[in-house]
Ligand binder design. Structure first.
Ligand code: PGA
Length: 255
């Protein structure tokens, strides 16, 4: 973390968990636990149908509610999809784009991730852009090349000005939901490599101001060490974002 230059963001990714009633109960439970902890932004990204309940429960608190995906078109024949215009109409500011589960199970490519990102930015949203290597790529020693390529392709057409609305989540795919966490050194190294790509694309000032999170089995036990690294500016948290005490411990580690 490097609080002087950029904001620390601790974001939960609920994935396909929590009904509206469960989300309400969860937010009501965690709200007092994170109250006043303002050294980081706290966001929970929720399934579409759960967003309104979570927002209502979070009202007046330091918790923000985001979405887990967004389509690139404004409207039209895209069954099952939701547009940025719809999300902003519902008061949703943050959206995850390019999560590896979307890439793996739903055919998302760097091209569609880029289109979704541009659409979300055009609608005034803030994007948590996920990228990261799979296990074979890490073993082959090409992590740097992979994240560099993803960063460039996913951000194609994103202006330096728009970068203030981009958070990058570095998520090694082999660490997501597996209990295998990148070591703090691995997280630091790859987040630093992503920042070098941002220097190349946008210059030092923008690169230094961009929040780069680590994600992949971050939890109450390993968060403090991961977050102590200078290029790790927060976390995108799956499993541990469903348990109030664990998530709060991560927020505490970021204080
Ligand atoms: P995990 O998920 O914390 O359960 O590994 C992280 C993510 O998918 O964003």
């Amino acid at each position: 973390m490097n609080n002087a230059k950029r904001r620390t963001v601790i974001a939960g990714n609920w994935k396909m968990n929590f009904t509206p009633a469960e989300a309400t109960a969860f937010i009501n439970e965690i709200k007092p636990m994170v109250a006043g902890k303002d050294n980081c932004d706290i966001i929970f990204c929720a399934p579409y149908v759960t967003i309104a309940a979570a927002q209502a429960a979070a009202e007046g608190s330091n918790i923000k509610i985001g979405a887990e995906n967004v389509h690139f078109a404004e409207s039209g024949a895209y069954t099952g999809e939701v547009s940025a215009k719809m999300l902003t109409a519902c008061g949703v500011e943050y959206v995850i784009i390019g999560h590896s589960e979307r890439r793996q199970y739903f055919g998302e490519t760097d091209e569609t991730v880029n289109k979704r990102t541009l659409a979300a930015l055009a609608a005034g949203m803030k994007v948590i852009l996920c990228l990261g290597e799979v296990k074979e790529q890490r073993l082959a020693g090409i992590t740097r090349e992979i994240v560099s390529m993803q960063t460039k392709l996913d951000l194609a057409g994103v202006s330096a000005e728009d970068m203030k609305n981009i958070i990058i989540a570095y998520e090694p795919v082999w660490a997501i939901g597996t209990g295998l966490t990148a070591t703090p050194e691995q997280a630091e190294e790859t987040c630093g490599q992503i920042r070098e790509v941002l220097v190349e694309l946008y210059g030092k000032d923008v690169a230094e101001a961009t929040t780069i999170q680590y994600g992949g089995s971050m939890n109450d036990k390993n968060a403090a060490e991961l977050l102590s690294k200078p290029n790790v500016d927060g976390g995108l948290i799956g499993g541990a974002s469903l348990v109030a005490s664990k998530f709060t411990a991560i927020v505490d580690a970021a204080q």
